[in-house]
Design a protein around this ligand. Structure first.
Ligand code: FAD
Length: 475
């Protein structure tokens, strides 16, 4: 493996899919082109806990752990497993340690949107790369991840919103070759045919899409494993081992794995893990509540966000629905509250990561009620639909809602890949490819200079994107 290095390559710009305005193609029904599988029509019954089984199954501790690896990844979310998958493609001997279940936290609980629209311009090259990966992912890993190019839209009753979004986003879309546009009237009704809302219009990107969160990261982990990675679950990393100031391995709950390179892809926990090493990652958290409905008739052909609801049709024919305005801070656990968060812990006894193997907050009952109300008023065809599953997830965000993908200046050999900030499912595969490139020095064409941790020391450079509806930044 080559020396670890930051990728400094130029941004890759990939032209977006050409979209013909006049014909209103209906990708969700075009199974050949988009490999859409409508599982609601299959003979197989959908397990009642199709999503929550990701995190509610029994913990299976590893029987043995390897004594060494070239790279150890901490965290088995979409970012950790994608990094592992891309590292194995370079022949790297990689071990991934996950304290609970693969994809047990954010990566299985999200809305499933794979969205380019409204992204911070710093994320665009990585997101375009991610989109290319999503298109080929099921074929590349040999398992279905449920990706479909459905389009994503932000709809609004307010003309000023629409004008502002268009003014801010359309020049960026054009620069990156995306066919984003404002839609209204018949075209809007076409994509949101079951909606009864007085929307003035929507900002729409036809080449956006969605995938199935309960499938994607576990499938990528299995592919990485088939390619030679060691994937350890129920295996928390308590801390680092260093020699002469640089990383020499990780200390897991089952012992040491020696490694010259360690990457922290610990999602919500990244800040706590790094704080124990004297590294500060400004990270805030909110709770998001999500509902899965039973399969039903089609009321939309796109992922739709508006001020009360975020909704997409699932591959199983149901809907994943959230109240777009109800992410909240009133988390029912003392997890990560400044006053109770341990800054240090012993490395030879149970750590905070083993105490909470899976961060599984209670759903917010107010959010569930307002999802029901929003369905009744906006999509009356779903007004009485049965909620099959309800869950919540803790979403982490950096101060400027853009990831940190960087090496530590303080501890050579230690890297951080976290802070995907509420929209990391879609960008996860691209971020994993970029992270793998950062670790091995392999050129990926994705410039990571905007994701350095040092930006938080230079206050003037911190600028969150102001071009999209604020609460749509989770999706
Ligand atoms: C309700 C909700 C809706 C969302 N909607 C969308 C959406 O529609 N589209 C989108 O793109 N994004 C969305 N997101 C955001 C997206 O889910 C996250 O940005 C993304 O999944 C983060 O991936 P990750 O791999 O960085 O972190 P995670 O998936 O959180 O994985 C981190 C893993 O690290 C493990 N870990 C932590 N510490 C340790 C340790 N010390 N040792 C071992 N393992 C450890 C954890 O157990 C966890 O499994 C949403 C998130 C939520 C919660």
């Amino acid at each position: 493996m080559g020396a670890a290095a930051l990728s400094t390559g130029c941004n890759s710009k990939v032209p977006g899919e050409t979209h013909k305005d006049t014909t209103f193609p209906n990708p969700i029904k075009d199974k050949t082109k988009h490999s859409y599988q409508d599982l609601s029509r299959s003979a197989e019954t959908i397990p009642e806990n199709i999503v929550s089984q990701t995190w509610s199954k029994p913990f299976v501790p590893p029987q043995t752990i390897p004594s060494s690896a070239e790279v150890v990844i901490i965290g088995g979310g979409i970012l950790g497993v994608s990094t592992a998958w891309f590292l194995t493609q370079q022949g790297v001997n990689v071990v991934l340690c996950e304290k609970g279940h693969i994809s047990g936290e954010q990566s299985s609980r999200n809305w499933g949107w794979v969205r380019q629209q409204g992204r911070d311009i710093r994320e665009m090259p990585m997101m375009l790369e991610s989109m290319k990966i999503w298109h080929e992912l099921s074929a590349d890993i040999g398992e279905d991840v449920g990706f479909r190019e459905t389009g994503c839209m932000y709809a609004t009753k307010n003309e000023d919103d629409l004008n502002r979004w268009a003014e801010n986003w359309l020049p960026i879309a054009k620069e990156y070759g995306l066919a984003s546009r404002v839609i209204a009237g018949d075209e809007l009704r076409h994509y949101a045919h079951g909606a009864l809302a007085p929307w003035k219009g929507a900002l729409y990107t036809p080449s956006d899409g969605c995938a199935e969160p309960h499938k994607a990261a576990p499938a990528i982990a299995r592919a990485a494993e088939r390619n030679g990675a060691t994937i350890l679950t129920t295996c928390a990393v308590r801390g680092l081992e260093t020699e002469a100031g640089r990383v020499s391995g990780v200390i897991t709950e089952y012992g040491v794995i020696a490694a010259p390179i360690v990457v922290c892809a610990a999602g919500v926990w990244a800040s706590m893990f790094c704080k124990s090493l004297g590294l500060s990652i400004p990270q805030t958290i909110v709770r998001g509540t999500v509902v899965r409905t039973v399969p039903s008739e089609s009321v939309l052909d796109s992922c739709i966000w508006e001020q009360n609801i975020g909704i997409r049709r699932r591959q199983d024919g149901g809907y994943s629905v959230a109240n777009s305005a109800s992410n909240d801070y009133s988390i029912d656990s003392d997890f990560m509250h400044e006053s109770t968060t341990p800054a240090q812990w012993s490395l030879d006894s149970e750590s905070p990561f083993e105490k909470i193997r899976v961060l599984n907050p209670n759903p917010n009952p107010d959010a569930i009620s307002s999802i029901r109300e929003s369905l009744e008023t906006i999509f009356p065809g779903l007004g009485n639909i049965k909620f099959a599953e309800v869950w919540a997830g803790i979403v982490e965000s950096t101060a400027d809602a853009v990831p940190v993908i960087d090496q530590s200046e303080k501890i050579p050999g230690f890297y951080i890949a976290a802070g995907l900030s509420g929209h990391g499912f879609g960008i996860g595969p691209g971020a994993g490819k970029a992270t793998a490139g950062m670790l091995t020095g392999k050129e990926t064409g994705i410039d990571l200079s905007a994701f350095q941790l040092s930006r938080f020391r230079e206050e003037t450079t911190i600028k969150a994107l102001d071009n999209l509806p604020k609460s749509a930044s989770i999706s």
